[in-house]
Design a protein around this ligand. Structure first.
Ligand code: FAD
Length: 396
């Protein structure tokens, strides 16, 4: 083999960290590193609930790749991946360009999992990219302005959030902060605005400590969010949602935040998947392929009890860092290391200055959790872009 070609798909947490680690570890002539991403920026997915609700500008959640990639070491291609042909060791972009590789890293993130619920794909929004959250924010504002012209249409002021997991809860926290501002701006009586957070599971935030869950619910209820727990959505229509109980909620805004599956490109490429995610081995390799690695939401890994880890940025970052080191080792003929996740805790924001968290056996509430989350954001920004980026981006 001449200079090995390493092709990385997706500049999310997993793909970007793989690239940055390779950039750090390898000299410019040791490998031909190419990163392909839809946009010329990385977005901080874990912040997207803020611009979606309108409590932060969308720009705040994106980081220009130009500022963090070393052009002498990484060839960046702005393009959309259309298909992967693992047998031919090639990737086709929507532009028609075909890229070949010796090593492939798949970090294409996730897609909403709709669990076959009728109408969700067609009529619900989801918090998944900078463009998607711009749409949500503008739509919410438009609903307020439309109501001013048609004051009997309270469905314009009814918002449905599907899912009381991490994303749904964080979004409700932000929306709860934004709505009073919108009511003032559009002269709308706050009593007319309704936000329903609907969850099929028997609890909000499954997997969290019950005391933390109760705290989150209390905070969000004080912000006006109404919970319907253990209540599956049966159907989504242009006019709202129909619940399994038979109740219909009329709403022009349904935001689906109840789960993700791996990017469909992976399944279409013929890899064996569970909910779109490839069950990778301890070196993050796709079964049957020595040279194809999968990170982030496209990868499925299990804990010691055989339970799958949920897809998180925390794990995607760790996978990317390990994989970058491993690829540098492989290029140099050294041995790779096994990937072992080190969970540092879980933190969820509940709007401005409020949050919950679990770090080891310690439970965190309110402003302490919110501050810990900011510290964790700072650490991430510092990791990818140094002090300059951390200072520029973090909101105090
Ligand atoms: P992503 O970060 O989604 O990146 C995928 C990249 O691939 C993107 O740059 C995308 O543009 C690109 N891409 C996709 N398709 C193509 C294509 N066809 N061609 C080219 N490029 C493509 N996790 C936590 O650990 N903590 C949290 O607090 C947390 N909060 C969250 C809040 C919200 C609102 C959301 C939505 C998620 C949250 N998560 C959180 C989950 C976390 O964001 C994901 O697990 C993480 O982003 C996965 O990283 P990834 O690298 O797999 O994919």
């Amino acid at each position: 083999m001449g200079t090995p070609k390493i092709l990385i798909l997706g500049a999310g947490y997993g793909g970007l960290l793989t690239t940055l680690q390779l950039q750090k570890k390898l000299n410019y002539n040791e490998a031909e590193i190419t990163l392909v991403n839809k946009h010329n920026y990385h977005y901080i997915t874990t912040w997207l609930h803020e611009p979606a609700a309108g409590t932060a500008p969308a720009d705040h959640a994106r980081v220009s790749l130009d500022g963090i990639l070393n052009k002498d070491k990484v060839n960046f291609v702005k393009g959309t991946v259309q298909a992967i042909q693992p047998e031919e060791q090639t990737v086709t972009l929507e532009s028609g360009e075909v890229l070949s590789y010796d090593y492939l890293v798949i970090g294409l993130g996730s897609e909403p999992e709709t669990f076959g619920i009728e109408g969700l794909k067609e009529h619900a929004f989801s918090i998944r990219s900078i463009n998607a959250v711009r749409n949500i924010r503008e739509h919410i504002e438009y609903m307020f302005s439309k109501f001013k012209n048609e004051p009997d249409r309270t469905d314009y002021l009814t918002f449905v959030v599907g899912g009381a997991g991490f994303t749904g809860i964080e979004f409700c926290g932000e929306l709860g902060d934004r709505l009073p501002e919108l009511c003032r701006e559009f002269d709308v009586d706050p009593e007319l605005v309704k936000v329903y957070c609907i969850e099929a599971a028997p609890t909000a935030l499954p997997g969290f400590d019950p005391e933390l869950i109760q705290y989150a619910i209390d905070v969000l209820e004080r912000k006006g969010i109404e919970f319907k727990i253990g209540t599956p959505i049966k159907q989504c229509t242009p006019d709202g949602v129909l619940l399994n109980t038979g109740e219909e909620i009329k709403s022009k805004t349904v935001i689906w935040a109840a789960g993700v599956r791996g990017n469909s490109i992976v399944e279409k490429a013929g890899f064996e998947v569970m909910r779109g995610r490839v069950k990778v081995d301890e070196y993050l390799r796709a079964p049957g392929y020595e040279n194809v690695f999968v990170v982030g939401d496209c990868a499925l890994i299990f804990n010691e009890e055989g339970r799958p880890y949920p897809p998180t940025a925390q794990i995607a970052v760790q996978e990317g860092e390990t994989l970058g080191e491993n690829l540098a080792a492989l290029v140099r003929g050294d041995l790779p290391q096994k990937f072992i996740p080190h969970l540092q805790g879980t933190l969820a924001s509940l709007g401005k200055g409020e949050g919950i968290g679990q770090v080891g056996s310690k439970k965190l509430f309110g402003s302490t959790a919110a501050m810990m989350k900011k510290a964790s954001d700072l650490r991430y920004l510092y990791k990818i872009g140094g002090v300059g980026l951390a200072l520029k981006k973090v909101k105090l």
